[in-house]
Design a protein around this ligand. Structure first.
Ligand code: ZN
Length: 477
């Protein structure tokens, strides 16, 4: 049955409107949007009495839900637990040892609990869909799971319980560094043969085609050029494209200076150059981080239409370096955001720091706004939501016909929004504490957060606290 909502104020593709009647079909997609004439001047001047009676009124400011294009759910178990100094040389690489230690303790039930809590946190902070970049494949003793992979199922179950839309990205991870070095002992749970990886993805893609679920999609990922030899990446990509031309494909790339140097040493090319040279990149690819990119590489990626996913919170936390976002946007590049290591699970904070990083560097203000959209918050939110939807291969990121009904309702009377002209609402959300104004969240036409509350959060609290107590016991490298 089609349901109708009367949105008091909303951000639609054409801009801010007052009074939009949105029809949502049974499958969770928007089937019609009726915007009365002269919407800027009056809230419901042209609405018929029948419309007002039959639709559910949504007071507040409705904006598209944000896409989280890069997450490792299990790392929620260590967020905040690695913020102490081990030596003057602490870095990404020392953090990685702590991450491996955690990865090697996680059982499927633990992962399901962590992911459930995490996905609730995402929904409450404004992410309505998530791409899970998942490389934890084997049992703790290194054996494969019998039947369906229990760790993969744990993530899917958490998504179903919480209502967040999921693009699941089984991730190929075969070598420990350039030069096809074998995996280290602590990486043994990540190992998967190419054939097994491809067959498992094919089975999921086939099953999803039959089920036509509104909020679940499988893609694939290559952990990095360190972890997947280039010929394997090339062949696997051709096979995956044979299954589905639009399959989302993700890869970590050029995050660390050392990684770029090792790549140059072994191949004579930089990682992004290698990827561009393959000729494989297109709008269904998402390059995660791409922190250390030259101007020519950024231009090449922009021309390929692949998205770049940034997680400034993680990149800052791990000391990765600066990404030249303003340059990439000038080339017409597409930027999406992700919570990655879960140090921060808040899209407003990601976007705020994306802009602030540029301001600090350039000693200017409003760096990432442009002629098409002068409001920084609106510009960043819309751009990241649309690019994120492209990256995860789901019809999200905008309140528009044919898109899924994924949206957030901001409380216009919340102190962070009080007195705000409508066109400033996303500026308040991103730059001035407005995340606290997120009151209700809808995914695929279903309310998953109402009055800042998710139905699954209270029953979960005790078990989650127990798990975190257990995991907080030394995670030192
Ligand atoms: Zn990552």
């Amino acid at each position: 049955m089609t349901r109708q909502y009367f949105l008091e104020s909303a951000l639609l593709p054409q801009g801010w409107v007052r009074g939009a009647l949105v029809s949502v079909a049974e499958d969770g997609h928007i089937s019609a949007i009726d915007v009365p004439a002269a919407t800027q001047a009056s809230s419901n001047r042209n609405l018929s009495p029948a419309t007002a009676r039959d639709s559910e009124p949504i007071p507040g400011i409705v904006v598209p839900g944000m896409v989280n294009a890069h997450s490792h759910a299990f790392q929620r178990g260590m967020a905040g637990n690695t913020e102490y100094r081990l030596s003057a040389r602490d870095s990404f690489w020392t953090w990685r040892q702590a991450m491996y230690a955690l990865a090697n303790r996680i059982e499927p039930d633990d992962l399901q609990l962590l992911a459930t809590q995490l996905f609730i946190e995402m929904l409450k902070s404004g992410y309505t869909s998530v791409a899970e970049f998942h490389y934890l494949h084997r049992q703790r003793n290194g054996d494969l799971y019998f039947g369906p992979n229990a760790l993969w199922e744990a993530v899917a179950t958490a998504a179903a319980v919480t209502g967040i839309a999921l693009t699941f990205l089984p991730t190929l991870y075969q070598t420990s560094d350039f030069g096809e070095l074998p995996l280290k002992r602590e990486q043994a749970r990540f190992a998967l043969e190419t054939e097994r990886f491809l067959r498992a993805i094919e089975a999921r893609v086939d099953a999803e085609r039959r089920a036509a679920l509104a909020t679940l999609r499988t893609g694939a990922a290559f952990h990095s050029l360190r972890a997947v030899p280039l010929p394997t990446l090339r062949e696997a990509t051709h096979t995956l494209r044979g299954m589905d031309q639009t399959l989302p494909l993700h890869i970590h790339v050029a995050e660390q200076v050392e990684e770029v140097a090792a790549c140059e040493l072994h191949t004579g090319r930089r990682p992004l150059e290698l990827l561009l040279d393959t000729g494989l990149l297109d709008q269904h690819w998402c390059l995660v981080h791409a922190t250390h990119a030259t101007g020519a590489e950024l231009q090449g990626v922009a021309a390929s239409q692949a998205a770049i996913c940034l997680s400034i919170s993680t990149e800052a936390n791990l000391g990765d370096g600066f990404f030249d976002a303003s340059r990439f946007l000038r080339f017409g590049g597409r930027i999406c955001i992700g919570s990655d290591s879960q140090a921060t699970v808040c899209p407003a904070e990601e976007l705020r720091w994306l802009e602030y990083q540029q301001r600090l560097r350039k000693r200017r203000r409003s760096v990432l706004a442009d002629k098409s959209e002068s409001h920084g918050g609106t510009r960043l939110w819309r751009h990241a939501a649309r690019s994120g939807a492209q990256a995860i291969g789901q019809p999200a990121g905008a309140i528009a016909v044919g898109h899924r009904a994924d949206w957030l309702v901001l409380e216009s009377t919340h102190p962070s929004m009080a007195g705000t002209p409508l066109e400033n609402a996303l500026d308040h959300l991103v730059f001035a504490g407005g995340a606290a104004a997120i009151r209700d969240v809808m995914v695929a036409g279903r309310w998953v957060v109402k009055e800042r509350h998710h139905a699954a959060e209270l029953p979960l609290a005790g078990r989650f606290a127990e798990l975190m107590t257990r995991l907080a016991a030394p995670v030192r490298p």
